[in-house]
Design a protein around this ligand. Sequence first.
Ligand SMILES: [Zn+2]
Length: 264
Amino acid sequence: MAMSDKLPPTEDERCGTTAGNAAHRRRGERPCEPCRVAKNVRQGDYYQKNRAARLEYASNYADANRDKISEYRRTYHAANRDEVNARNREHRSENRDVVREQERARYAAGGESELERRREYYIANRLVILARNRAWIKSNSDWALAYGRKYRDKNRDVIAERNRNYAAENQESLTESHRNYRAENLGAIGERERERRSRIAEAFAPVAVHSGMPWTAEDDAIVRATYGLSPVIVSAQLRRTPHGIVTHRSELRKLDRNQRRATQ
Ligand SMILES: [Zn+2]
């Protein structure tokens, strides 16, 4: 019965005590103000006196009904996802330090089992977690880029050290995986390489020209000394086209090879 459905209170000599309040209730009435106050005071006393017992009861109940409670939580959370998440977010942002401290304490108290629990959770939900992280990073890409840059600047030495160690410890598998990658992506790599060269060639285009000039002995010496360099760079130095350098390189190589054979 709602409060408003109840009869108005009639006063009697017990009013202002819990007995008066009980009498109102038996008569189907709302309590009068003094009876209401008396009841609240008694309940407050009771509440305070039994605090320890109540806490113990709650903790026993939680222990005995762990599965039921987490099942209930799961159901509730699933049915009220948005609301719960919003409330949690709000609580977190308003109590950031407290929440962090609580998490640290829980983590420390849980120790190995907490670690194990997280590992299991990660393994069971790996794809979902990765997808969620990717989506988050994508929608916060400016922040993520800035964060990554800041992290790398701050930890340059640590990262370099870690990479070195990793490379040293995984030399064989790295070589193997590079080999596989190249084998599987020959077309893409070639395409990328061609693109890179044409971008460089474009950048150097103004200084590299079809000169029509014959190759001098000095030109030849420079070309022979720079086989390891990009033809574009050499072409800029000699003011010739990259294609001209490539062609002349192979001509010189053939010439030198024949010379070596002839003298052997
Ligand atoms: Zn009363």
